[in-house]
Ligand binder design. Structure first.
Ligand SMILES: Cc1cc2nc3c(=O)[nH]c(=O)nc-3n(C[C@H](O)[C@H](O)[C@H](O)COP(=O)(O)OP(=O)(O)OC[C@H]3O[C@@H](n4cnc5c(N)ncnc54)[C@H](O)[C@@H]3O)c2cc1C
Length: 394
């Protein structure tokens, strides 16, 4: 039965996983759906994420899954659209998934990232109208203003969903320039910082390490810790355990990480092996430490401690490495900071801008890489899209 009511219009700006999931939640609602992106194609960072193994989410139980996030707001969003829900959705798209040995969820082998994106676009079908190459410049009282090459455009909206991403990899369109726009609307913004970032070391720590891998160590900082392999580069350290302690490093006034080079062995056993050996260097060889560990222990442990098996064992179990800083924001996997949680309600609606929602990495939450980022983005897109759908369906 026709109600003769004019159809409401929802404009989603940003075609990453958050924007795509917000659109997905609105497919069944009676509304006109428009998706705008400043790039000529959508999902560019999503595709970049796919380059090094497309880790879409993680298979652990939702109880421990949500603990990987820093704020209650994003934990609540993820609890509403969980890792299991996301995997079920991917299957609905016709994307089979597999669980890697570490519990990470990937599309099945031979499924390319672009196939995942195309399947999602096909799912949205012609319910969504796209305006690509349009950059959001302003919005006010139901009218959004865009620039495109030398032209400007306006779109009226009943709901506006901002899914504008963080600030790293600006080449993908996630350039964080929206910060100025939202600040001008008195939306509190937490300054962006590098997250899931490599750590830079002081120069005297760098000789001989480039290209080496320190295998199977435990890295800790301020209550954050992670097992795994650390990759050494010409500027410092990369790899999963390094990214996992980023949050700790950020909280540390004089940042330093602690590396346990032999996590599977007790300190007493290590001291025993060192004591039995003819020389400390011989003992270190027997412990099969990586060349980087050997170089650092020889260079930075005092002579007195190096020659004392107990003290040297303690250094092997808890070796302090001073941190100079994070990698430049443009090259890191994700950014922390963005729209303050205090600026939005539980659905992502801006408290000072009715019917304007935010979702995805542009909101100030943080999580380690390993599928938690994309999951946080789709879950927050779900929450915003679902809220609007419920209001439209009333
Ligand atoms: C190298 C790399 C590897 C990664 N690997 C993983 C991984 O394995 N697993 C994981 O979970 N995550 C990974 N990520 C992170 C993940 O890709 C992002 O967290 C996710 O894409 C963010 O989604 P989003 O929808 O919030 O924003 P984005 O995907 O960043 O999309 C934002 C969109 O908004 C558009 N936009 C911005 N400003 C405007 C404007 N003013 N007007 C119009 N459009 C605008 C941009 O063009 C962009 O298309 C990786 C990221 C990188 C860089």
């Amino acid at each position: 039965m026709s109600t003769n009511k004019p159809q409401k219009r929802v404009v989603i700006v940003g075609g990453g996983p958050a924007g795509l999931m917000a659109a997905t939640q609105l497919l069944a609602s009676d509304c006109e759906l428009i998706l705008v992106d400043q790039k000529a194609s959508i999902g560019r960072k999503f595709l970049v994420a796919g380059d090094g193994g497309f880790n879409l989410t993680h298979s652990e139980t939702i109880k421990s899954f949500v603990e990987k996030y820093d704020s209650l707001w994003i934990k609540n969003a993820v609890a509403q659209f969980t890792n299991t829900d996301f995997v079920a959705f991917l299957h609905e798209l016709g994307i089979p998934t597999m669980i890697g040995s570490s519990g990470k969820v990937f599309p099945e082998e031979d499924t390319k990232p672009i196939q995942v994106l195309n399947a999602w676009k096909a799912h949205l079908g012609d319910r969504v109208n796209y305006h690509l190459g349009w950059k959001l410049e302003d919005f006010q009282d139901g009218i959004a203003h865009f620039s495109a090459e030398e032209k400007t455009h306006t779109l009226s909206y009943d709901y506006l969903v901002l899914c504008l991403g963080g600030k790293s990899w600006s080449v993908t369109g996630s350039d964080g320039t929206w910060e100025t726009l939202l600040k001008s609307k008195e939306v509190p913004i937490i300054p962006f910082t590098s997250s899931n970032s490599g750590l830079e070391l002081y120069d005297n720590w760098l000789p001989e390490i480039d290209g080496q891998i320190i295998k199977n160590v435990l890295v800790s900082c301020k209550g954050f810790s992670c097992h795994g392999d650390v990759v050494c580069t010409k500027y410092g350290l990369e790899g999963k355990p390094i990214y996992a302690v980023n949050r700790g490093v950020r909280q540390d006034e004089r940042p330093a990480i602690t590396i346990d080079f032999k996590p599977q062995m007790q300190v007493d056993k290590i001291a025993q092996i060192l004591k039995k050996a003819k020389t400390p260097t011989q003992g270190l060889k027997e412990l099969k430490l990586s060349p980087v560990a050997l170089f650092w222990l020889k260079t930075f442990v005092s002579k007195e401690a190096y020659n004392d098996s107990k003290k040297l064992a303690q250094h092997i179990k808890a070796f302090k490495v001073g941190i100079k800083g994070f990698r430049p924001i443009d090259e890191v996997i994700s950014t922390a900071g963005g729209v303050a949680i205090a600026a939005i309600d539980e659905f992502g609606e801006l408290l000072n801008q009715s019917k304007v929602f935010c979702a995805g990495e542009m909101i100030d939450w943080d999580a380690p890489t390993g599928g938690y980022l994309i999951q946080g983005c789709v879950s927050s897109g779900f929450v915003a899209g679902k809220r609007i759908a419920n209001q439209l369906n009333k």
